[in-house]
Write a protein of this length. Structure first.
Length: 149
């Protein structure tokens, strides 16, 4: 008898916690949409053209491949026209419909390295070379919030 009362109490408690959550979800005027990754990049003086050349070549090819595979919905580079002290010079923007798990991420990384014909070690070395004049200042993962109709 005691175990039946305990089970009934546990079920009632679980139900009482789930009801407010369901009501909240229905009352939320927003629906979560695609994810937007924003990377802030600071460049050393005199190296804009070096980084712009990388972005318009290797980076563009990599991002366009990701879009063609459906991994990203779009990408763009934004310039901070009037940066204040401490703000990045550029923002690299990439949009995704959803986030992937580790196995899928590994599969995509392999496909990308095959596509660019570089090993992980070669890509790491190239990134290290760019780090001499390009500095990642910030990274954010945002989610688009769309109003319900």
């Amino acid at each position: 008898m005691k175990s039946i009362r305990l089970a009934a109490f546990a079920a009632a408690a679980a139900l009482s916690f789930s009801m407010p959550m369901a009501a909240h979800a229905q009352a939320d005027p927003f629906i979560g949409g695609e994810y937007v990754e924003v990377t802030g990049v600071k460049l050393d003086d005199g190296h804009y053209l070096d980084y712009a050349t990388f972005l318009s070549g290797f980076y563009k090819a990599q991002e366009e491949y990701a879009v063609s595979q459906g991994w990203e919905t779009s990408w763009e580079v934004l310039s901070n026209v009037h940066p204040r002290k401490g703000e990045p010079d550029l923002y690299l923007i990439r949009r995704y419909k959803n986030m992937v798990d580790g196995v899928e991420g590994d599969r995509r990384a392999k496909m990308m390295s095959d596509h660019v014909k570089m090993t992980d070690a070669q890509m790491q070395a190239a990134s290290g070379d760019r780090a001499k004049f390009r500095h990642i200042e910030s990274s954010m993962l945002l989610q688009v919030m769309t109003l319900r109709k």
